[in-house]
Design a protein. Sequence first.
Length: 587
Amino acid sequence: MMKKFLAFLAACSFAVTTAYAADQCKNRGTLDEMFCDENKDLVADAPKDPKEWKDPNTLVFTYTPVEDPAVYKDAFADFQKYLEKATGKRVIYYTVQSNAAEVEAMRSGRLHIAGFSTGPTGFAVNLAGYVPIAVKGYPDTFQGYNLIVVTKKDSDINSLADLKGKKVAHTSASSNSGNLAPRAIFPQHGIVPDKDYTVVYSGKHDQSILGVAHGDYDAAPVASDVFYRMADAGRINKDDFKIVFTSLHGTSITVVPEVLKRAGYNNVTIIKEQEKPDGNFPTVKSPNPEEPEALSMAIRKAGEIGADMVIGTDPDSDRLGIAVRNPKGEIELLNGNQTMVMMTKFLLGKRKGKGMKGNEFIASTIVSTPMMNGLAKAYGVDCKIVLTGFKWIAKIIKDFPEQYFVGGGEESFGFMVGDFVRDKDAVTATLLACEIAADAKARGSSFYKELIQCYVDYGFYKEKLVSITKKGISGAGEIKQMMVDYRENPIKEIDGSKVEWIHDYNTSMATNTITGKTETIDVPKSNVLIYTTEDGTRMAARPSGTEPKIKFYFSVNSKLDTVGDFGKVRKELDSKLDRIVSELKLG
């Protein structure tokens, strides 16, 4: 996993064997007497006399021992080769067993280049002349981590307050996330280390995690990236991530549980009442995961056992519904647009971590959230918009063989992962959803928190679907006339915002109602009409091809400046949607 990082926290330290005399150094700050900081940049200056500079034939490199040092020797092999090419010198890896040993090795001149974790960096700068020059990360951004507290899955510890009277592993005195951060943050939540619980130093983050798993400690504050790496490497399992699954009497029961098991998700609760395939679907009105009622049994079970996620699939296992815990801790059913954005973003992030090739594209449909366009722009990839139905997404994969399809979907709770299925598939999408949630949890976040962050990064889009049923021959005539009326007597404004564009997919023509400009729509003809206003509000009207219904797809949007504004802005967008539906007399 480390091999994907192009840069990391590294430093060069010049070994100075004699201390600066007081009159030789005009400013030292908090640095050891071996070093001077006359330019006041808070790190050691190079010796003024070039004769004191060191130019070793072999450079010695190491990485902070936050877990088993053997993990890093091979992980940084590529970086060592890069150093050799860049410096023309031989580079060897020097294994250290503790932060103190790493600082001392650099102070004595035995170590030249090193990656330090956050906590010991200050000690290394002050005592060893360490000069930080880079941070660990990806090609265009740094890699961060979160402080998380790990406990066993059957532990009675559910909040920081529950640590009282427990034995808690801290890593080492100099560790940031493993000691310094908990000592600074926990008191704000009413729990004081050493006073309210017994602190035991484990030595390393991985030792803290393994100690909790083995029952040596009740809990441990650790860096999320170490936890995630250990899960990735199979050193710990994902059993602490609780999933509730229901096949809604459908076929996915024969595949999905086994797929999750093989992926390491063993803490999966299956709704027994809905486990057996049954075409009568006795426990639901409709086995459609788009309907909240269909997942009601699974959501109740999630509440009883404290599960993180609920997943339900439809009878033929191509669509899935996902419910996760919102900021209030309640299980909330997400819509297809939300899950599509989250799945696509995760796949793009993984692709970006390996290195974009420049030929990637994602896909969505004309009635799905415009947020996909913002996501594509942020990652520098194409977003191809097609008619509703996954056959059209499959077609563009075939039409553009020179491009790489990352993933895509539509608002109706379907998603396509890569190009090997070429249809919406609940099996791969279920595993992807679990990976997203487990990854977020390992980083101290959650599926829902990551969704809110997407709203901050790419714009807060909120959608609403209104379906009107018109049965019989007369109903079909009413639906046809509604579409005629919308075309011949177009809407002028929606919720006070002027209609700017009308896209008529039946005529393949887009018209700017303000300038009169027209454009050809380069997709096959379809009986769909879309109004877009100046503020980005959108309404699409489309008669169903399989049911006696006409469907209206609404999308509104707003800027979300901070995560803290989420609740307020969501209410504003919900109110806007309600006003629009009422205004158009569709409620």
